[in-house]
Structures are given as C-alpha cells and as structure tokens.
Design a protein around this ligand. Structure first.
Ligand code: GRF
Length: 201
C-alpha cells in the first residue's frame, strides 16, 4: 500500500476526489499527510474531517525558497511517502524539492499541455477561443508544467458558454482523471522513458 502526501493551497476539491476514490477502494494507496502553505486552506479541513494528519507550513518563517522546500522534503520523507501529489499547490517548487522525489511528484493542470501552461491556464484557453480544452496529469520536473504526461482528458468547449461553466467541466474531468493516475502509480503501472510515460498492461 503506497503512502501519498498531498500538497494543496486552496479549496481542495481534487483532494476530496482523491479521498473519495480511496474510500471506494479505487486507489491502491492511502493519503497519510496533507500539507498546505496557507493556514485557511479548505484542503486542511477536508483532511482533518477524516482524521488524516495535516499541517500548515508557513512560508513566512523561511528566508529562502530552498529553506522552505527543505522543510517540506523532511516532513514528506518522515511520513514514509511514496508519491507526492500536487493538488492546487500554488508555490513553484525548487530543483531541491523536485530532485528529492524524481518521477514521484504528480501535478494536475487545467489545460491540455503543452497548451496554456502557468497559473491561469483556464483563462488563457478561454480567451484564445479553443474548441477543445481539458486537463493533464503529469510528473513534475524542474520546468513549469513540463514533465512527462501521464493522462489527459479532453473537454469540448460549448458554443457561447461562460468561462465558469467551462471551468466547472474541467474540474469535473480532473476529479475523474487524478484518482486514476494515482492508482496507476500505486499499482506500479507507470513506466517513464524520456518524455514518454507508458501504462503497463
Ligand atoms: C485545479 O484546477 C488544478 O488543475 C490546479 O489547481 C486547481 C485546484 O483546485 N492545479 P482544487 O483546490 O483541487 O479545487
């Protein structure tokens, strides 16, 4: 049974979807720790409700990003973590952090990468007027929204819809996709070769 640490800054609907999938037995792993860089993150409350260890690690207490990331690495390792899951974690992670968990950090991004990377992917896609958008689960490397793609789900854009409804449907796709990718990792079904991530039959 793999141990998972989730990092989240905000609402935590992806965390919720992961925890619900775990409860249904759809993930061959368990979330052992949730860490946030914001004290008011709803994600912490969601973990607390289920009696999952959760903590707020205050960035203001660390002079440099590397110091913060080193503290994060120590906490994550102490929890016996096999997989780090970023679920709306709004901090850029330093190479120090990424190198501590090679191909063991996953992120979900609300567009079909490599289109529209960065922290306003939904807005960028909407403004561009694309007909298809979606979400991407990928491994994290040192560059932003760049690591090998694990899974993607396409979301068609409906004519004249608002960014709100488009965003809602992307979120719903994320909630389906992230637990599947995490389960594949936990069952050791993912194999990375260069940029390519294969799902082993
Ligand atoms: C998601 O849209 C994800 O793609 C992005 O951050 C958002 C987090 O949403 N990385 P939530 O906090 O899980 O609701």
């Amino acid at each position: 049974m793999k141990h998972i640490t989730v990092l989240a800054s905000g609402w935590g609907s992806n965390l919720e979807a992961i925890l619900e999938a775990e409860e249904r037995g759809d993930i061959a792993g368990k979330v052992v720790l949730v860490i946030s860089d914001r004290s008011d993150a709803q994600a912490l409350k969601r973990a607390e409700k289920r009696k999952i260890k959760n903590l707020f690690l205050d960035p203001k207490k660390y002079a440099r990003r590397e110091d913060y990331d080193r503290a994060l690495v120590d906490l994550i390792k102490a929890a016996g973590t096999d997989l780090v899951v970023l679920a709306g974690f709004m901090r850029l992670l330093s190479p120090l952090f990424v190198c501590a968990f090679p191909m063991k950090i996953m992120n979900i991004h609300p567009s079909l990468l490599p289109a529209f990377p960065g922290n306003n992917g939904v807005e960028q896609a909407f403004a561009y007027g694309v007909k298809v958008t979606g979400c991407t689960v990928h491994f994290v490397d040192e560059a932003l929204d760049n690591g090998p793609v694990i899974l993607q789900e396409a979301v068609p854009v409906i004519q004249r819809e608002t960014i709100k409804t488009m965003h809602q449907r992307i979120h719903a796709a994320e909630h389906r996709l992230y637990p599947i990718a995490i389960d594949l990792f936990c069952r050791e079904k993912l194999k990375v070769e260069g940029r390519r991530c294969y799902v082993i039959e």
